[in-house]
Design a protein around this ligand. Sequence first.
Ligand code: NAD
Length: 482
Amino acid sequence: MTKNYIAGEWLAAAEACPNINPSNTNDVVGEYALASATETEHAIAAASDAFPAWSHSTIQARHDILKAVGDEIQARKDELGRLLSREEGKTLPEGIGEVTRAAQIFQFFAGECLRVAGEKLSSVRPSVDVEITREPVGVIGLITPWNFPIAIPAWKIAPALAYGNTIVLKPAELVPGSAHALAEIIVRAGVPAGVFNLVMGRGAIVGEKMLSSSKVSAISFTGSVPTGRKIAQSCITSEPMKKLQLEMGGKNPMVVLDDADLKLAVGCAVNSAFFSTGQRCTASSRLIVTEGIHDQFVAAMQERMRGLVIDDALKAGTDIGPVVDQSQLDQDLTYISIGQAEGAKLVAGGKLLKREAPGFYLAPALLTEVSNQMRVAREEIFGPVATVIRAKDYDEALELANDTPFGLSSGICTTSLKYASHFKRNAEAGMVMVNIPTAGVDYHVPFGGRKASSYGSREQGRYAQEFYTSVKTAYTFEGNGP
Ligand code: NAD
């Protein structure tokens, strides 16, 4: 059984659960520990005990550890990418790409350790000096989803450690393998005992314990809106209240205007809607297409989708791997039926596929004649299912794009500078994309959304310090007496 890492030791748990390959359900990646509430408490206590020393460690020490982690991930990207694709089902190039991203994030935050700056200002009062500094927050609980098994843990762990916090990481139950491999690398890089703890297990047990512990100062969560809402309530009612960062779902629009480059628009839509099996919070699940190009766009999408290879994630030439598990597959199929019952037309895919080994294979689905009020256009499906919504003109397309409970990423394909500029200013989303897929971002700039998609400060880049540090304002009287 693969163990948890608590207080500087690898510890077996009483319970374990199999990590199943969605491309071949006969293939068990491994048996991974499921931690109990007591083991979680142990990890939290260890992180709390380690905090005073780590929060005063030198920035050189933190830099060296993060750099070593990034370098080892980079050196082993093919092997780690394979593990990731085997447990999650994204294609091997996507798996290797995600692992590379994790390495880049650690390398970026290694540099950020050396750039933590404060401010020194003049006071409004005579002979008084004001300094603003940033300090670590404390023990941070990190709760991550299954769809980015290494990149999301990386973009939480790296800044948490860089700014002097200690950590308890709870990865998603479905994909513990990549988080476990990452933990081994972090341990090997020389992180002191208790500074980093890995507690694999269930949300209702490990997650809840982290939320109820008075020793945890902050929670950074990525996952669905219902879980995020529960977590927010716990953080606010717990004693003491916890600092909170939530990254949640999306129902991202991609607007295609009459003047778009059709080939580029279809490329953006296929990439955003279906790559990584559509299981990305930034996926384009609403393709909002203006009248003049609508039919041509749908026909070109059907043509392009016919050529997609859906197969084992590890096979060379696969464009799209399987859905992650049976329950996500059931959800995708249910939404396809809901859409059809609401009056949408299924014009491509949407059927189960048989491949060499038993797996959760679904042909990416395209639903047309969708209205923005249908459930398939309002609720996050989180699979390879895209809707096409017809719009009269740019103004209506923008209105439809913004008419959603979510606000993560919003895209437009157009050759018009006027519309591109207007869209950038008026899209109600944390990230706006012009002639580029809604999914796929840089690691050195902020990531996050608005409305139901995000709560709290941004992740990634320099902006990560807002969450992972606490600001202190210090006044010094430098005269002889007030
Ligand atoms: P989920 O909400 O089911 O689970 C996320 C994590 O929360 C898991 O580790 C789970 O074990 C844990 N959890 C569940 N119940 C809990 C509880 N009561 N207390 C504490 N922790 C608990 O989400 P998921 O199915 O793993 O991931 C898919 C969702 O994640 C989608 O909605 C997707 O849009 C979202 N997501 C968002 C982003 C982003 O950055 N905005 C990125 C990736 C995924």
